[in-house]
Design a protein around this ligand. Structure first.
Ligand code: NAP
Length: 283
């Protein structure tokens, strides 16, 4: 088995992106809007800012109060849309329940929507047109290609149908000529479907949801989930205790949690911000 550890790829990507930034007339600038005090969000935002610094692009956090009004968030987004010095805008999710997440996300100008979540960008992806693409799905395809894992013609099962993971990812796999099945909480015979798949992407969000007995030999397993076990340690859906058995008995490939998909999400976000600036400059 290969452990699909993203860390080396990230180091390589940072170098590559640094060079691309140097060739630009203007440094790209990413603005992250964070609302409230969600602990995990705080960590994700800090990580994104750190990567921006490493690559040499400008970044800024606008941290709004937990009780901020919808109007204030709306005005913040519209101001950023109109600011020529801002390349990319991101509304860090989740946001407090009194705010309309879908409405606010879709207010971001399509060209500046570095997360690829607006209706226009999601629509373009479905139609196979050029646009910004959700970063986690992008990162999964990049990782598979980096490790030379065949996608074309493979049977891919995605256990997730969310707008940020399953739906955009299914489009990217189709573009790569895979045969895609999407599973969710109402899917029948999930275990049989897992056994029949060449690539299984799991983003259920439940620690120990899957183990060694669930997979056939030689399966590539992409574990997207970020869960915390009973000891507060980060883990995915696949039981960590089974990593060795998956490697030694079943010859599976597996993305570890941490240091797998999560690392890729951040680097793709930075790359997409740079791409937006490159397009602006016709490069
Ligand atoms: P979500 O919207 O809650 O999606 C979970 C999906 O799992 C849903 O489609 C749900 O089905 C399905 N599901 C739940 N129980 C199931 C079961 N017993 N059998 C089959 N399917 C089941 O969550 P999300 O926002 O997509 O995130 C999913 C996970 O990925 C979370 O752990 C999140 O932290 C992680 N994540 C990681 C990254 C990263 O960068 N690594 C990025 C995004 C998300 P229904 O649709 O029927 O409810």
């Amino acid at each position: 088995m290969t452990l699909l550890d993203a860390r080396q790829l990230v180091v390589k990507k940072i170098d590559e992106l640094k060079n691309r930034v140097k060739k630009l007339d203007k440094k790209p600038s990413l603005v992250i809007i964070r609302v409230g005090e969600d602990f995990a969000s705080g960590k994700y935002v800090a990580n994104k800012i750190k990567r921006c610094e490493e690559v040499g692009i400008e970044s800024k956090i606008i941290h709004l109060d937990e009780n901020v009004t919808q109007d204030t968030v709306q005005k913040t987004i519209l101001d950023l849309n109109n600011d020529d010095n801002v390349t990319g805008v991101l509304l860090q999710l989740p946001i407090p329940k009194h705010l309309d997440e879908d409405y606010l996300t879709n207010l971001i100008k399509d060209e500046k929507d570095v997360d690829g979540f607006t209706i226009e960008n999601m629509g373009k992806l479905s139609l196979g047109l050029d646009g910004n693409v959700a970063c986690t799905p992008r990162g999964i395809i990049t990782l598979l290609k980096e490790f030379n894992i065949d996608i074309e013609g493979q049977d891919v099962l995605i256990i997730n149908r969310s707008n940020i993971v399953g739906k955009p990812l299914s489009q990217l796999f189709l573009k790569e000529n895979a045969t895609v099945t999407i599973a969710h909480s109402k899917t029948k015979n999930l275990k049989e479907k897992i056994k029949l798949s060449d690539i299984v992407v799991t983003a259920v969000g439940k620690a120990n949801f899957l183990g060694v007995d669930d997979f056939s030999d030689n399966t590539t397993i992409i574990d997207v989930s970020i869960n915390f076990n009973e000891f507060g340690k980060m883990c995915g859906d696949v039981s960590k205790e089974d990593y060795d058995a998956l490697a030694n008995d079943k010859n599976c490939n597996l993305t570890p949690v941490p240091n797998g998909v999560g690392q890729m999400t951040v680097i793709e976000l930075i790359e997409q911000t740079i791409e937006i600036q490159e397009k602006k400059e016709g490069k």
